[in-house]
Write a protein that binds this ligand. Structure first.
Ligand code: PFF
Length: 476
């Protein structure tokens, strides 16, 4: 459904082939390591139910309005993210500098892409590990039975010490991402989501149901959903808002870019609600998938990357059909990570195609090579380069190597700033008539959305940025 011309001004611009293709692609972008690794880990670290309920409120009151704002900027502009913001600014007689919002997003998306693909490489490592285990010991018993608990525990730290293996796996993950992005919007990106997302949902539900019968399901429910107001402290609220942004892929121009391929006939309020609903459901189901398995094995459920890469492989050891479940689990994580990394690569690619008027395949390849190089440096930041702290001079990032600095700078600073600027732009700068025509809302809902974008989002985001940068301001 292309409705404008592409960067050469002659051929029609690419677009999604249908409304559902857009929804699947956007859900694919949103659902990823953030839902499967970060959400359960953050819930575990931040008091279970209190965090979860506040998270849902953040999605509804801050995430959803910003998501609708981003997709509407893209759909209105029908161009790469920077160009789309500039077009809306020009029609509203505002400064072209507003394009900088999306420029910042392009940089953030590239930075996230670099470290995200390193984690994607770890997922490939575990897929290989469980596949080899099946080849060796079949599918019926537990997983990794020829290893002691200590050996399993050592797998992840050993991988992190092996910069070369991590780099090779990172390059493979970037290359697979590139294969889809280079083929274009409807020919590549959309195909990945249309095939991988349904497969992802089947695997997720299958493993969750299996865990419900074999694992500690009721303990997991109690753990995730018991609301204890005393646990809702400042840092917990902050963690919940940050997680909501990361999970919905906001503040990095990704949803502006995906929105720019949407046709005029799509109701953006409805699609944004569907995307947010699907993303939140997956996060909750991921919690109900992972915790019963971990709790049944009597392992500690505390967070961090170790929950997925340390604790779970260990838990699969004692589980009937553990090898099979382990393999299915990491394949599922790989699918979710891939559709997200595709969206991350598309943001700088779309920008560079518009800016330099080069072909898609060449542009995407240049971006992929650059991301792989930065990824290799971040892979070595766990070992050979561990003493290199690029932002050590900024207290907020002191002591962080390249990998964690990329993560922190984007999630603590660039994403919230990007989302804050989007809400100010849509709430205060863009001409009302442009916004009203585009958002698919009317009546009271429209007024409520405007209130959220004009007041709640900017104020809440400013607060979050301030306490994020000066954590000492909040009581613990
Ligand atoms: N939302 C993705 C996740 O939850 O894993 C991460 C992400 C993807 C963030 C795409 C930003 C983005 F543009």
């Amino acid at each position: 459904m292309p409705i404008t011309t592409g960067s050469d001004g002659i051929t029609p611009r690419e677009g999604w082939s249908s409304r559902s293709a857009f929804v699947l692609a956007a859900v694919g972008a949103a659902v990823g390591l953030g839902n499967l690794v970060r959400f359960p880990a953050e819930a575990a670290n931040n008091g279970g139910g209190a965090f979860v309920l506040f998270y849902i409120a953040c999605i509804l009151l801050i995430g959803l309005p910003v998501l609708l704002s981003e997709t509407l900027i893209g759909r209105h502009g029908q161009a790469s993210a920077v160009e789309s913001v500039k077009r809306m600014a020009a029609e509203s007689r505002a400064s072209q500098w507003w394009g900088g919002i999306a420029g910042l997003g392009v940089v953030s998306a590239f930075m996230i892409l670099a470290f995200y693909c390193v984690i994607g490489g770890w997922v490939l490592y575990y897929i290989g590990l469980f596949a080899a285990d099946i080849a060796q010991s079949g599918v019926t018993g537990g997983a990794l039975t020829n290893m002691t608990a200590e050996e399993i525990k050592a797998l992840f730290p050993n991988l992190q010490q092996d910069g070369f293996t991590m780099s090779v796996l990172d390059v493979i993950f970037v290359a697979v991402t590139l294969m889809f992005v280079a083929r274009g919007v409807s020919g590549g990106i959309e195909k990945a989501s249309v095939w991988l997302m349904p497969a992802f949902f089947v695997l997720l539900l299958g493993i969750t149901v299996y865990g419900a019968f074999t694992g500690a399901f009721s303990e997991a429910i109690a753990y995730l959903f018991t609301f204890d107001a005393s646990k809702l402290t400042g840092p917990v609220m902050l963690a919940a808002v940050g997680q909501a942004f990361f999970s919905l892929s906001l503040g990095v121009a990704g949803m502006i870019t995906y929105g720019s391929y949407v046709g005029r006939d799509v109701n953006l309020a409805k699609t944004s609600t569907t995307i947010a609903f699907a993303d939140t459901s997956v996060a909750l189901i991921a919690g109900l998938c992972i915790f019963p398995i971990v709790l049944a094995a009597g392992l500690s459920s505390d967070g961090g990357l170790g929950l997925m890469f340390d604790t779970l492989p260990h838990a699969f050891q004692s589980m009937p059909f553990g090898t099979l479940i382990g393999l299915a689990f990491f394949i599922m994580v790989g699918f979710a990570a891939l559709t997200s990394s595709i969206s991350l690569m598309e943001v700088p690619t779309a920008w560079a195609i518009d800016k330099f008027r080069m072909g898609r395949a060449l542009t995407a390849t240049i971006i992929a090579v650059a991301a792989a190089l930065l990824g290799v440096v971040s892979a070595y930041s766990f070992n050979a380069l561990s003493g290199f702290h690029p932002l050590g001079f900024i207290p907020l990032f002191s002591g962080e190597g390249v990998f964690s600095a990329l993560d922190s700078v984007t999630s603590k600073l660039l994403m919230p700033i990007g989302a804050l600027l989007v809400s100010i732009f849509i709430g205060w700068i863009a001409e009302r008539r442009l916004v009203d025509n585009e958002n698919g809302l009317s009546g009271g809902l429209h007024r409520f959305w405007l209130f959220l974008v004009r007041w709640l989002c900017p104020l809440a985001l400013t607060g979050i940025l301030i306490v994020g940068i000066f954590p000492g301001l909040l009581p613990n």
